[in-house]
Design a protein around this ligand. Structure first.
Ligand code: KE4
Length: 424
């Protein structure tokens, strides 16, 4: 009852009772769980029920919730003051760590959200090239900057509202929305207007229309065309950065973007995001150049303490080998259980990210993803929730595993899934 009471009360003062739409359970139905605390792979709701958590705050909790080292770093930083609005050594250490781990990033600017990171990268690409047109892909979500809220995935797709109201047509007339994993269409578009394209922005591993991996051909074509036409290639690694590999998706595909947007993991759960890349591009940023961007809490010392500690922890030997193995175990186990129950279902994973699909094969495009059975997903979601497993509350979101999801946790999850699929 307490969740229900809290949800009713929350709606009196906050639209939909939530501070981010996907949390409202609109896509899956039912009452959102109000979380009181989290530790390792678990979190607890206001009724004291424990869940195995596969959201991990949508990616940040990669080392597990309330990791002692991260909490200690935050506590120590907080005693020294919460925010100064002046440069700190911690921001240098953070920038150096990001540049070390993501070699395509020669210079980086810290911001407070993924939206700020992609919005700033877009403005930089337009400022540096003097061009207006941008290319994004249907089903990819890059935060809620106006120019990008066109057939975005994530919350908007979940709400069945492929583009946001309140965004004037003028703000999106330069945004071309193409099909993810369609290299030929990209080729044709550049042939037609490549000299007008400021940038291409892409999730190299898409996680906002559920999980879809880019094909190497798609990304290599993008890289070649951007180089040929002088357009900026922006990899939005807010979700997949430090999630699929230590060097992000770009290290797996061995492709060097011109700019990268980062977030989530680099804040370890506190508000840190970043954009960065080629030094010649970043030199356009104020106060050096004419592209303006600013932020009161950019590089906040307490948030940087959480992020820096997390970045150190993920560099432990074998961290991603183990994380990838555990995530694959989950995906393969769920697929096996569903197929034994005669349910048309499959799952995929990469690094610490996974996708669940009520379909015969893993979708490779937005159109294929939209063909998956959303109602069947919603049934699974609630059966798992009742059993104590918290999946993303939408058929169009990816799932996340932490370093604390050990064999016992995966086995417990699969036991609950066995019961769930038996009801199909
Ligand atoms: P934020 O502004 O939410 O920090 O980041 C926006 C963003 C940018 N780029 C990518 C690839 C992202 O996945 C996101 C945010 N992801 C969603 C998860 N689907 C955040 C969850 C939410 O909207 O509440």
């Amino acid at each position: 009852m307490r969740n229900k009471e809290l949800f009713e009360r929350a709606q009196l003062t906050t639209p939909g009772g939530v501070n981010s739409p996907v949390r409202a359970f609109r896509s899956v139905g039912g009452t959102p769980r109000f979380i009181t605390r989290a530790e390792g792979p678990y979190f607890w709701d206001a009724e004291g029920k424990r869940y195995i958590d596969y959201i991990g705050s949508w990616g940040p909790a990669i080392v597990g919730h309330a990791h002692p080292a991260v909490v200690k770093a935050v506590q120590t930083a907080a005693t020294l003051g919460l925010s100064f609005g002046a440069p700190t050594e911690g921001e240098i250490l953070m920038a150096e760590e990001i540049c070390k781990l993501v070699p395509s990033i020669e210079q980086v600017r810290l911001v407070s959200s993924g939206t700020e990171a992609t919005m700033s990268a877009l403005r930089l690409a337009r400022g540096a090239t003097g061009r207006d047109k941008i290319i994004k892909f249907e089903g990819c979500y890059h935060g809620h900057a106006d120019a990008l809220l066109v057939k975005a995935g994530s919350g908007l797709l979940t709400l069945g509202n492929p583009s946001s109201s309140g965004v004037p047509a003028d703000f999106t007339k330069h945004t071309l929305v193409l099909d993810y994993n369609n290299a030929q269409q990209l080729e044709d578009t550049f042939k037609a207007m490549g000299d007008q394209i400021a940038c291409v922005i892409v999730e190299p591993v898409a996680g906002n229309m559920n999980l879809i991996k880019a094909t190497p051909e798609f990304l290599n074509t993008m890289r070649r065309l951007c180089t040929e036409y002088g357009s900026v290639l922006i990899f939005d690694e807010v979700m997949c950065g430090f999630r699929v590999a230590l060097g992000g998706a770009q290290s797996l595909y061995n492709i060097k973007p011109d700019l990268t947007a980062l977030g989530k993991v680099i804040g370890g759960g506190l508000p840190v995001a970043a954009f960065g890349g080629r030094a010649d591009l970043m030199a356009h940023m104020a106060p050096l150049g004419g592209v303006y961007q600013a932020g009161t809490l950019s590089g906040n010392p307490v948030a940087v303490a959480a992020g820096l500690t997390t970045l150190k922890l993920i560099q432990a030997d074998g961290f991603y080998t183990s994380l990838s193995a555990q995530t694959a175990k989950l995906a393969q186990g769920l697929t096996q259980i569903a197929q034994q129950a005669g349910v048309s279902f499959c799952a995929d994973s990469i690094g610490g990210m996974f996708g669940l699909y009520f379909a015969d094969q893993v979708p490779a495009s937005y159109a294929a993803m939209m063909q998956t059975d959303k109602d069947q997903f919603n049934r699974l979601f609630h059966a798992m929730l009742d059993g104590g497993v918290y999946l993303a509350p939408s058929a169009f979101e990816a799932g996340f595993v932490s370093a604390q999801h050990d064999d016992a946790i995966i086995a417990a999850t699969l036991d609950i899934a066995r019961t769930a699929f038996a009801q199909y």
